[in-house]
Structures are given as structure tokens and as C-alpha cells.
Design a protein around this ligand. Sequence first.
Ligand SMILES: Nc1ncnc2c1ncn2[C@@H]1O[C@H](COP(=O)(O)OP(=O)(O)OP(=O)(O)O)[C@@H](O)[C@H]1O
Ligand SMILES: [Mg+2]
Length: 356
Amino acid sequence: MQNFSFILDALRDGILVTNTNAEIEFVNTEACRILEVSPEQVMGISLETILGSEHIATTLVHSVIDTGRSAGASEQIVERRFGDDMLVQITVTPLLDARARMLGVVLALSDESMKSSLQRVAAEKERLTAFGGIASGIAHEVRNPLGGIRGAAELLGMQASDAKSKATAALIVREVDRITTLVDDLMVFARTDALQLELLNLHRVLDDVLELLAHDSLSRGMTLKRVYDPSLPEFLADRARLTQVFHNLCRNALQAMQNAPGTLTVTTRLGFHHHISKEGKRLAMVEIEIHNTGAYISEEMLEHVLTPFFTTRPQGTGLGLPIANHWINRHGGLLQIRSHAETGTTVLIALPLKRQ
Ligand SMILES: Nc1ncnc2c1ncn2[C@@H]1O[C@H](COP(=O)(O)OP(=O)(O)OP(=O)(O)O)[C@@H](O)[C@H]1O
Ligand SMILES: [Mg+2]
């Protein structure tokens, strides 16, 4: 077995071999990654000890040992101690010797989280593209007359002799400006113009955003924390767009903590996200986490927060997160939101270090 282990280590599937007592006799590198164990830890140990007797993989292994017939299940969850829970496809086949006597079973675990997250991202993208088409169509029609209305209101204001009429004209101008900003925001979703890429020091961009927010009344009583990975290299990205993204996300985090001032933490690190290149290589990604304590988004609400105009704030337009998501997608990246009642809310962004 050991002689072939380097071949099995090269596989993208996690492989475990057990004897007929469901005790582990071999585990390859990918299986160790999925189960967060080392080969030394698990050798000779029963599968129950690692996955629990209730886990579908354990049940399947026992059924294959009993019946001698292969079995499998897809989209099963593996709960993990350190990493996120993982979605896997499980296949269990009997391991027979030359005389067809059962030696044990081979359990294959293949990571499906990437597939499902890519499917989700594709569906989300399609939805936003459709939305973008409608929104920008309307926005375009609304934007044109706005300039005319603003000009006319300004003229009326100048010609008016009484204070009340002047104030009314000024009110029209202000409201038109507010709508113009909203319409411009909406048109973002249909924008396909090229990003203005430049070599970027991410920490400088984040520092600028945090510096600006530190002077904002939103930050009163809050702690702003940075946990930067100093080894992060510069990479190509659109400075203005990323600034807008981080600004939206940090504002959200601060707004969410207004009732109970807490800590906003911005973390950066180099990671290998569930992103795979066309050649099948895992891509190095720059990961940025924006975390706030306290405020928590319920599971049900999480499904809606990326939808344009979803807001729970009286002054909110519900465009901050969708716009952030739009620009991260345009960079070939990924935006995910996680929220727990005890720990608060984290927005995780992964951006490709090298552009394809
Ligand atoms: N960090 C966070 N913690 C808790 N809830 C959040 C957080 N970020 C966003 N939310 C929730 O998601 C909703 C949508 O956020 P989004 O930024 O898209 O819109 P908004 O902040 O309401 O309005 P705006 O357009 O001004 O950004 C918010 O109203 C809030 O309920
Ligand atoms: Mg917002």
C-alpha cells in the first residue's frame, strides 16, 4: 500500500482504506485535509472515532463491509473543527483480494463545496445581470430629464423674489441630486467597462478607508482593529472600486454596531480559496475579512442581503452590499457573508492574486 501512496496523494479525492473492522489502514493527503487530521493520528483508529457513528460515511462503510456492495451519497456535510464545514460526495467500494475475499473498503471523499459555491455564484450572477439590464434601462430614462429639471429649478430659484419660493427651488435641486446619485448607483450593475487596473498595496487602500471612517461620527465608541498579513504582495486591482467596496462594507459594520459599540476588525491574508484555474490549479487568493462584533444577520435574512434594495435601515438604500459584490465579481473574486449570534458578522472577500 505504502508504495503507491504517492500516487494516491496526487489525487484530488480524499481516499481512506479501512479493514473489515472499519479501522483506518491508509489515508491520503486530501483526506487528511478534508478531515483535518494527520496520517499518524488516524492509523488503526476506527472511522467512528473521527466522523462519529451517526455520520453517513460511517454508515456506508459498515453497510459495504456487511453486504460487499458499493454505496455512495452526494452533497454530504463534513463538520470541521477549524475550517468551514465541507460538502462532499462519498463513495465506498469493497476492497477484495485475488480470491475475492474482502480485505476492507475504500472510502473516497470528493470536495463538492467548490462545485456548489460556483453554482451559487453563477446563479447569483445571472440574477444580477438580469436585474442590471432592467435597472440600467430605467435609470437611463430617468437620468436624462433630471438634468433638465435641476436646471429649471435653479432658474426658478434665481428668478424668485420671495424666500419661500427660493427655498422650494433649492429643495427640488437637492432632491434631484439625491435621485441622480441613486440612479448612478443603479447604473453600476450594467457597467461592463474595463477596470482601471494598477499594482496595488492593499493595506494602503484599507488604511485610507479606515482613516476616513475614524473621523466619521459612526466610529464613536468603536475600536478599529487591523490584522494585516505583512507578506501580502502587491497585485493588480482597481483602486477606486476596491476603495468603494471596503468603504461600503466598513460603514455597514459600523452602522450595525451603533446600538452596542464594539470592534471592527479588518484582516488580510494570503489563502488558497475554492477557486480553480482553467488548468485545474488551485489559485492563490488575497483574502480580506471585515468583521464586526455584536450585530447578527439571521439565516433567512442572509439570503436577501445581496439583493438590490434589501435594507433594514431607515436611511438605507440597500445598494451597498450588491454594489460591493458586483465589483468583487468584476475582479474575478468572491464575496461571502457569515454571521453568528455569538461572534457577529464577517464579510469575506477573496481576490485573485494573479489575473488570468
Ligand atoms: N456588517 C453587518 N452586520 C449586520 N447586518 C448587516 C451588515 N452589513 C449589512 N447588513 C444588513 O444588510 C442590509 C443590506 O446592506 P446594504 O449595505 O446592501 O444596504 P444598507 O446598508 O441598508 O444601505 P446602503 O445602500 O446605504 O448601503 C443592511 O440593511 C443590514 O440589515
Ligand atoms: Mg450599506
